[in-house]
Design a protein around this ligand. Structure first.
Ligand code: ISL
Length: 562
């Protein structure tokens, strides 16, 4: 994989270091653990690793609160070990992409400690400081500069007693937002990025990067009924976002072709994404959008709605069409913020293996760059949680406290947490069937899912019919069949409530992908079904009887070529 656009042919694998593999027995995954497991990744056939943050951090949000951008968190290792990991990955032909978290820093970052030290500090303007709302006593309820809520419950403003002003934090109070209006902030970030690229890293996954430009008037948002307001309209793809990303590209990426950039963009529309990923505009290579992971959520992520295959197909179809001529999609079912794919979109009971394979095949055969989240290649499932105390993530913990304080029924809140909590994605990797799943010799920071007795990497490697080997085959297909990478996309059967079907066409090659998203047999009702049933099977989940036409077993899928 080389030359401009090499990432179109790549499969990316996301590692959440804290939960991947622990090499020193402290119960927390680390760089040594990743190095030791590189062969697992090489066997999976992936091309790029994305590491969730490994920088020094108080770990208020598991590393998304960074206190030093140019070092490694001691829990995870050292810079020397990082260089060793980078070299070992490169030796195996695997590139390494860092998480870039620059919407906010930790409140323990020296930039912020300087900024909060006094109102006249040269770094005061590096963050969003504002006085109390007019007519209110500073520090009292309702005195916040505006009504915005934080993503992690409560107001997005924290009062700083010493300087008498508030600072903005869209996430936790330990994650103050950087002021991107300030040129010095931008230059400091670009210098830091160049430092990592010069060290040899191959790109960045940019955390909530479409939130960095705010409407500087900071107006109140639409009231949400809890005394707070929804500020997203003032900072989602804000006024200067395209300018900032283009400037970053010029300052950091110009002349560095081998780099991959993916912007994480909650709330981005397909129209905006087409602009962000248009190569001529030189902003980012691709974006993570959230439409398909919002379809089973109502007004908030905690209003859980039933899964709706028609809506899912409509959504993916719109993104495929919207970025068909210009721009590029990233493709994912899950990550460290989302429930496990097989539990959410598939069937984590009777049809776990078939549904995990079918989800993989359907996703990877869309046009775009697929991302595999650690454990997805094993068909890892959501976790069992005994009660509210079993949740560790700041978002879940804060939500439970805030919702029950407002009078919500504890059991209802718990039910939603079980389905949507980010903790589902963060249980340790399941390497083998030993008590802690081979993740650690110590006590794991989060409990290992007891189903590690059955679902684990050792078992998957030994079984030629495992989800793991199916994912390996998907990576091989991407590397060997140009239509998988470059073919046009056409959605079929948009109104079929159980079958997911589409074609990819490149020159005289057509691929047909069909998947049964249900636990009952289903017939693929397309005009040339009989011909397709006899076409070359590139990859399937079940043994195929060509004479039986295009009738699919529960959760069966096929990738066919003509
Ligand atoms: O998972 C979410 C809450 O429902 C999302 O809103 C999530 O917070 C959002 O996608 C941003 O995520 C990223 O930035 C956060 C961090 O907590 C997430 O882990 C990260 O992926 C703040 O840095």
């Amino acid at each position: 994989l080389s030359g401009p656009g090499w990432w179109k042919s790549a499969v990316v694998y996301q590692i959440y270091p804290r939960s991947f593999a622990d090499s020193d027995g402290d119960g927390i995954g680390d760089l040594g653990g990743i190095i030791a497991k590189l062969d697992h990744l090489a066997q999976l056939g992936i091309d790029v690793l994305w590491l969730s943050p490994v920088y020094p951090s108080p770990q208020d949000d598991n590393g998304y609160d960074i206190s030093d951008y140019q070092d490694i968190e001691p829990l995870f290792g050292t810079l020397e070990q990082f260089d060793e990991l980078l070299a070992a990955a490169h030796d195996r032909g695997i590139r390494l992409v860092m998480d870039l978290v620059v919407n906010h820093t930790s409140d323990e970052h020296p930039w912020f400690t300087a900024s909060r030290s006094n109102t006249g500090d040269p770094k005061r303007d590096w963050y969003w400081w504002r006085p109390a709302r007019e007519g209110f006593e500073p520090g009292t309820p309702g005195a916040e500069p505006n009504n915005w809520s934080s993503f992690f419950s409560g107001p997005a403003w924290e009062f700083d007693e010493a300087s008498g002003e508030y600072y903005l934090h869209l996430f936790s109070r330990k994650q103050p937002d950087l002021n991107w209006e300030n040129l010095q902030v931008r230059e400091a970030v670009y210098a830091m990025m160049r430092w990592w690229l010069d060290r040899g890293v191959d790109g960045f996954r940019m955390d909530v990067i479409n939130l960095i430009s705010k409407d500087t008037a900071l107006p109140d948002g639409r009231p949400t009924g809890d005394g707070l307001g929804d500020g997203t309209a003032s900072y989602t793809c804000g006024p200067r976002i395209h300018e900032f990303l283009h400037e970053m590209h010029e300052q950091v990426f110009a002349g560095r072709d081998a780099v991959l950039t993916v912007g994480e963009m909650p709330g981005v529309t397909v129209e905006e994404a087409a602009l962000f990923t248009d190569p001529e505009r030189a902003e980012v290579d691709m974006v993570f959008q959230f439409e398909h992971v919002g379809l089973d959520q109502g007004a908030t992520k905690w209003d859980v709605l039933p899964r709706d295959l028609l809506a899912l197909k409509r959504s993916f179809g719109r993104w495929q069409d919207g970025l068909a001529d210009r721009g590029w999609n990233s493709l994912y079912w899950n990550n460290h913020d989302q429930p496990r794919a097989v539990s959410r979109f598939g069937d984590d009971g009777e049809f776990r293996v078939a549904s995990a394979k079918t989800l993989g095949a359907v996703l990877h055969l869309h046009r775009g760059t697929p991302y595999v989240y650690q454990g997805e290649e094993l068909g890892m499932t959501n976790a069992p949680f005994d009660g509210p105390g079993a949740f560790l993530d700041i978002e879940s913990v804060n939500h439970y406290a805030a919702a029950t304080a407002l009078g919500a029924n504890g059991d209802d809140v718990l039910a939603a947490l079980r389905v949507m909590s980010r903790d589902n994605a963060r249980t340790p990797m399941q390497w083998d069937d030993s008590p802690h799943g081979g993740f650690t010799t110590g006590t794991p920071w989060a409990p290992v899912n007891p189903n590690t007795t059955e679902i684990n990497a050792a078992a998957a490697l030994a079984d030629p019919d495992s989800v793991f080997h199916h994912y390996r085959a998907l990576a091989d297909l991407r590397h060997s069949v140009p239509a998988v990478v470059h073919g046009d996309f056409t959605m079929l059967l948009p109104d079929d409530p159980t079958v997911y079907a589409f074609t990819r066409r490149l020159d005289d090659v057509t691929l047909l992908v069909v998947g049964n998203f249900s636990g009952s047999p289903a017939t693929v009702d397309i005009p040339d079904a009989a011909d397709w049933a006899r076409a070359e099977l590139l990859l399937g989940t079940h043994p195929v009887d060509a004479g039986a036409g295009l009738t699919l077993q529960p959760w069966e899928s096929r990738v066919l070529r003509r």
